[in-house]
Design a protein around this ligand. Structure first.
Ligand SMILES: [Zn+2]
Length: 358
């Protein structure tokens, strides 16, 4: 599966000199602990033995790979093949989720394993400066023991609307003083790192593996969806696809923070504030069934702090709604799964890992 995590504007940040290096690194990562030989790498990537030899020499020299023992190939004579493995700690990447109430920053190694985590409250109603300073300080803490140049970058997941291509925020609901902020520039200048900005929901759908057609539905202090269709992440014309929470489900419904009325997000959050979880679940289930009918996804991953705090009512309501609304629910089977609590910042860190792995 290819989910193409790098947004258009990030492609020029690619760290390696050509796509062949990326293909080799991806193949070594896929082999994981068992390691892989140069012969296998040539077979997997379609590159010549000579090209593999040059590329692996370079990656060994850069410390990204290590030679890790030898294997004998059954039924073949000759000298055993040297195995190559990724060195997980040779580089790291950072991902931060900026929420309306708190932020979570984590560090991952080259396998995507979380190696450090920091959390702090935020003040969405205030000016962004103090929150950005807080992120920069946490970045310094989490990378204090990293060699210069070994931090691949900082992926930033933020509520939308925003433009991934230039990293500018646009009328983010509930964060009025952040409107027009050049978030990418602001954090790049504070940290000195390459910065990649993504909507929280899109980061969430990239924060885990799954089938080629899936949606990540996020109910936290907002509501949205990230989409992978046909194996590719979907961002839309202005990188703003997935404003799932602002579909109108009741024209006479409660006012929404976006300025409209009766948005699914407003209905869900109103119900949650009043302690009516069942009503929030019923509303969300209608939205999820609409989404499944529109896009024919095969998996819906449920995430976000509000939902994960009490997922059972949402799952039951969604299953019931899908059972009622899909013409043939057995044929159009939809897997419901729960995201981990760190799916969004992990997906953000994955944007920085993509500088190496594509
Ligand atoms: Zn709205």
């Amino acid at each position: 599966m290819s989910t193409d995590p790098a947004p258009h504007g990030a492609l020029n940040l690619a760290l390696l000199r050509d796509r062949n290096d990326t293909a080799v690194l991806r193949a070594v990562r896929a082999a994981a602990d068992s390691g892989t030989s140069r012969v296998e790498l040539a077979a997997r990537t379609g590159l010549t033995a000579q090209a593999i030899s040059k590329i692996t020499a370079r990656l060994l020299d850069e410390g990204l790979l290590t030679e890790a023992g030898r294997e004998r190939v059954a039924g073949r004579s000759g000298k055993p093949r040297t195995l190559l493995r990724l060195v997980p700690g040779s580089r790291c990447a950072l991902g931060v989720e900026i929420g309306r109430r708190d932020l979570r920053l984590l560090r991952v190694d080259l396998t995507g394993t979380v190696t450090a985590l920091a959390e702090a409250p935020t003040d969405p109603g205030g000016e962004p400066g103090p929150t950005l300073d807080l992120i920069a300080a946490a970045v310094r803490d989490l990378t204090a023991d990293s060699a210069p140049g070994h931090v691949l970058g900082l992926g930033v997941a933020c509520p939308g609307p925003l433009d991934t291509r230039d990293g500018v925020l646009h009328q983010v609901t509930g964060m009025p003083s952040w409107h027009g902020l050049h978030l990418r520039e602001a954090l790049a200048s504070r940290t000195g790192l390459p910065v990649l900005v993504e909507k929280n929901t899109t980061a969430g759908v990239l924060g885990g593996l799954g089938p080629d057609n899936r949606a990540f539905v996020y109910l936290g202090d907002g509501l949205g969806a990230g989409l992978v269709l046909g194996g590719h992440v979907q961002r839309g014309a202005r990188t703003n696809a997935g404003e799932f929470g602002h579909q109108c489900i009741d024209p006479a419904g409660p006012p929404c923070a976006c300025g409209a009325r009766g948005c699914l997000e407003a209905v869900c959050l109103d119900a949650l504030r009043a302690g009516r979880t069942a009503d929030a679940a019923t509303a969300l289930a209608i939205g999820v069934a609409n989404l499944v009918r529109l896009l024919d996804v095969e998996e819906v991953v449920l995430g976000g702090a509000a939902l994960l705090a009490d997922p059972a009512p949402y799952e039951a309501a969604i299953r019931a709604e899908l059972g009622d609304r899909l013409p043939d629910p057995h044929w159009q089977h939809v897997t419901l799964s729960r995201a981990t609590g760190l799916a969004v910042p992990r997906g953000a860190a994955g944007l920085a890992l993509a500088r190496l792995f594509g």
